[in-house]
Ligand binder design. Structure first.
Ligand SMILES: Cc1cc2nc3c(=O)[nH]c(=O)nc-3n(C[C@H](O)[C@H](O)[C@H](O)COP(=O)(O)O)c2cc1C
Length: 144
């Protein structure tokens, strides 16, 4: 069983969140945790759960993440029923994680249980704890 934490980050804020999510997932044990900047669309279906870290730039999802979903859709990659979650840093509007969840749910029919996890600029300790808890919860859902 393995879990993917895929993220984009230009100034490191979403990266801090992604690392905390990965720590939480590792703490669940028994699960391979891949923390990546890039993944091939064809590799997505090898993961039991997919968590995406998307900072908001220009009221949108970073292009790298959109391209991955485009590619997965074009190749008919089946992600139906897989647990998914999204998180990200933002400055003032923070739409990107919400849009990611909409794509996961509406296009790929993934299983979305959590609201987007947001951090205004640099994540504080409380937010990092929430990131760890999110990673742990999704990893544990694969073990059960
Ligand atoms: C050019 C630019 C555009 C941005 N556009 C938005 C935006 O539309 N909405 C928002 O909430 N934050 C916006 N931000 C703020 C970033 O989301 C914020 O700096 C965030 O911490 C970046 O995360 P990262 O360090 O993971 O790249 C923008 C920042 C820059 C530099």
């Amino acid at each position: 069983m393995k879990i993917l934490i895929l993220y984009y980050s230009r100034t490191g804020n979403t990266e801090k969140m992604a690392k905390a999510v990965a720590e939480g997932a590792k703490a669940a044990g028994k699960i391979q945790v891949d923390l990546n900047y890039f993944v091939e669309a064809e590799d997505l279906d090898g993961y039991g759960a997919i968590l995406v870290g998307a900072p908001t730039y220009h009221h949108d999802v970073p292009i790298d993440i959109k391209m991955l979903f485009e590619e997965a859709a074009a190749r008919n990659i089946n992600l139906k029923g897989k647990p998914g979650a999204a998180f990200g840093s933002f400055g003032w509007s923070g739409e990107a994680p919400k849009f990611v969840l909409e794509i996961m749910k509406n296009k790929f029919e993934m299983n979305i249980a959590d609201a987007p996890l947001l951090s205004r600029y640099t994540p504080d300790q409380k937010t990092l704890d929430q990131c760890r808890a999110l990673g742990k919860r999704l990893a544990e859902s694969l073990i059960r």
